[in-house]
Design a protein around this ligand. Structure first.
Ligand code: SF4
Length: 307
């Protein structure tokens, strides 16, 4: 049995080749997992990557809704989640019946859901968005319809601020990691690093994003940092992004906005989990029935059409 990081990584690379696996790692995974992945990125980018690969087996190192999204876009592939307990509290905040009840009272509503939702919830939604595409897709939706934007009220508030004339209804959902960051912490971080640019994710609260130099998705934050001439950044998203940027740009300083920006669910995947899954001894295969997949695909297909 392997006993070091390097030995685990070597065993994973060997087994994934023998068993015909592609490994997807969300950007919030730790560096030792990113190193064995075929692709790294945000959840929807990974799902699109999986559509174009030849491997029949796909292992998602991330949380459950991400593995489900891969399955929805590539139903012919065998998709496994490396750490079966890894969920996303935000994705599970609402259930389909709540949307259906709202629709019954508001028959003209358009339901827009963040990709961070369960497959079952997606069945009740009209259009899906990512944090990178939300503003653009909103621009393409009919202006005379009420929008119910779920589940993240902070991302929803960011969208509302860009379209102040639109009727956008928000519910009280959100990411417990990003939403926990306070304005006071943010002011303190800026005071500690006065020349650093503050880059934050729109899942943070509006009084935090109001202080930012840039608001964007994780991939947007990484792109901004890569293209900027600045040499110091405060990163207002999951702390792993600080690690990845620090590796890529060793001459630039990256500070976490808060040491509490840690998603415990993203930390659940370990190298032993990955090895067990690619050897056929662990992980969980994502199984969705055809009718569910067909209904849940509607809002994703609409996103692809509009995006
Ligand atoms: S960071 Fe937030 S939205 Fe992302 S998986 Fe963790 S809890 Fe869910």
């Amino acid at each position: 049995m392997p006993s070091t990081v390097r030995e685990y990584q070597d065993a994973i690379l060997k087994a994934k080749k023998e068993k015909g696996f592609a490994i997807l790692a969300h950007t919030y995974q730790s560096p030792e997992i990113v190193e064995v992945a075929d692709f790294t990125g945000d959840s929807f980018a990974l799902s699109k990557k999986a559509m174009g690969i030849t491997e029949k087996n796909v292992l998602m190192c991330g949380v459950r809704f991400m593995a489900e999204t891969v399955k929805l876009l590539s139903p012919e592939k065998r998709v496994l989640l490396a750490a079966p307990d890894a969920g996303c509290p935000m994705a599970e905040q609402f259930v389909r019946e709540e949307i259906e009840d709202y629709r019954a009272d508001h028959p003209d509503v358009l339901v827009v859901c963040y990709v961070n939702t369960t497959t079952d919830l997606k069945r009740a939604c009209d259009v899906c968005v990512t944090s990178a595409s939300a503003l653009d897709i909103m621009r393409k939706l009919p202006t005379d319809r009420e929008i119910l934007f779920i589940p993240d009220c902070n991302l929803g508030a960011y969208v509302q601020a860009a379209y102040p004339d639109r009727k956008i209804t928000l519910w009280r959902g959100g990411c417990p990691v990003h939403a926990a960051i306070s304005k006071e912490e943010t002011v303190a971080a800026k005071a500690k690093h006065p020349t650093a640019k503050l880059l934050v994710h729109p899942e943070c609260k509006p009084d935090v994003t109001a202080l930012a130099d840039y608001i964007g998705s994780t991939s947007g934050i990484m792109k901004y940092a890569a293209e900027s001439d600045a040499k110091e950044f405060i990163i207002g998203t999951e702390i792993s992004v600080v690690w990845h940027l620090s590796y890529r740009f060793p001459d630039t300083k990256f500070y976490p906005l808060s040491k509490n920006l840690v998603c415990r669910n993203m930390r659940l995947t370990s190298l032993p989990d990955v090895l067990a899954a690619v050897k056929g001894e662990g992980g969980e295969e994502i199984v969705l029935d055809e009718a569910t997949m067909k209904e849940a695909r509607v809002c994703i297909d609409k996103m692809i059409e509009l995006g």
